[in-house]
Design a protein around this ligand. Structure first.
Ligand code: NIG
Ligand code: FE
Length: 394
């Protein structure tokens, strides 16, 4: 049995508490004791001296599109010339262009690219991600993406979500495609246990509230839990829809108003906010995080890592955006990216905080105050990342 003692952290951020001169005893990959350093018995343990450093749980990123082929550099340059996300999609860029590349890639090739993305996440201090399909849009290609998630050789924990209803294929009407999603894709996904959650992109030009309701209702009957891309570019009362369906999360919410926020609160749906996508799309329409927190919602922050609207794995960048653009406090932001995010993935029993019995997934930052992680924006990488007590080398 391997024992590791982390001692003398300037701050050990659990994040329920901040322990000055903090320490942790880890046995066999799990946290046994969290306390101030003088209470940690280092006898017989491998010692990690965290003097002058901040220790916090590995980030939990509850909204990513981890598996896709290629990039969207042309969209990026077009946006710099002033074209909008919707204009670019109409002109042959957008989600559809990633679908074409993803369909053309073999599963081996996709797994290779996804492994590279997984390494980026680990480097940034993220040890658990939710990952969505959605760049296949045929039964075979959606299943291929979900199977790839299980093949990636990585210490990163991956929680799979089926997002077949991400865009409408060119050769089908929206209703024909929704039929395919509910009659063919969802039963296969459920039967083969390829996903824990089902998601839908509810937006004009993508799936209407009615179509989203249909997909998510069938998913729920099949035993999947629900998440949803709602109210991102326009307010289509997506927050209310997710509340009505008893979803676990409602994601994006850039255009959600006070009525949407009240509905989320009533139905206990967690908001997942994605400021990276607002930033990368060059918009200023950040979601109303303060009102959500003041309403008593357990807000989650995530990267929305994807090649189109949010090409970043960096949770520290997201923390910075949350503090500067959404007026969250540094501690609110850290909780949103760890303990609240873990709850939204039903992983709060094992990850998301440094507590006895949980996995020893943690990162070490070379700074003495946790607020620095959000403050020195664009440059803050952990100096070490551990999963189940093992140092990760990427
Ligand atoms: O979360 N909004 C829809 N889906 C993604 C974007 C995907 C893409 O552009 O490839 C998002 O922003
Ligand atoms: Fe997304």
């Amino acid at each position: 049995m391997k024992t590791i003692a982390v001692v003398h952290a300037a701050q050990l951020v659990t994040p329920v508490d901040v322990i000055a001169d903090g320490g942790m005893l880890i046995r066999d990959g799990k946290i046994d004791i969290v306390a101030s350093s003088d209470k940690i018995d280092i006898n017989g343990a491998e010692v990690i001296d965290a003097r002058g450093k901040v220790v916090l749980p590995g980030f939990v990123d509850a909204h990513t599109h981890l598996v896709f082929a290629g990039n969207r550099l042309d969209d990026f340059e077009r946006r710099a010339r002033g074209e909008s996300y919707e204009q670019i999609a109409k002109a042959g860029g957008g989600i559809w262009s990633t679908v074409e590349k993803t369909r053309a890639a073999s599963d081996v090739d996709l797994a290779k690219q996804a492994k590279k993305h997984a390494d980026w996440f680990l480097k940034c201090g993220t040890t658990t991600v939710e990952a969505k399909s959605g760049y296949g849009l045929t039964t075979a290609d959606e299943l291929k993406i979900l199977r790839v998630m299980k093949q990636i050789e990585t210490p990163l924990e991956i929680v799979p979500t089926f997002l077949g209803a991400h865009a409408i294929p060119k050769n089908q009407t929206p209703d024909e495609y929704v039929d395919l999603v509910v009659n063919e894709m969802l039963p296969r996904v459920a039967e083969e246990k390829l996903a824990e959650f089902c998601d839908v992109f509810c937006e004009r030009g993508y799936f209407s509230a009615e179509q989203a309701r249909r997909v998510l209702s069938v998913a729920k009957e099949l035993g999947l839990k629900l998440r949803g891309h709602v109210d991102q570019l326009s307010n289509s009362r997506g927050a209310q829809l997710m509340a009505e369906l008893g979803a676990t999360t409602a994601d994006h919410l850039e255009k959600t108003d006070e009525r949407g926020i009240a509905a989320l609160k009533c139905a206990n749906v967690q908001p997942v906010l994605l400021p990276g996508s607002v930033y990368a799309l060059g918009s200023t329409s950040y979601p109303r995080a303060r009102e959500m927190i003041d309403a008593g919602l357990d807000v989650v922050l995530a990267t929305d890592f994807n090649p189109g609207s949010s090409p970043t794995c960096s949770m520290s960048m997201v923390l910075s955006l949350a503090c500067t653009q959404m007026k969250m406090s540094p501690m609110e932001a850290i909780k949103a990216a760890t303990i609240n995010a873990a709850r939204s993935l039903d992983r709060h029993g094992t990850v998301g905080s440094l507590e006895r019995g949980k996995l020893a997934n943690f990162c070490v930052f070379d700074c003495a105050d946790y607020r620095e992680i959000a403050y020195w924006f664009g440059a803050m990488l952990p100096s070490a990342v551990y999963v189940r007590g093992e140092l990760i080398k990427t």
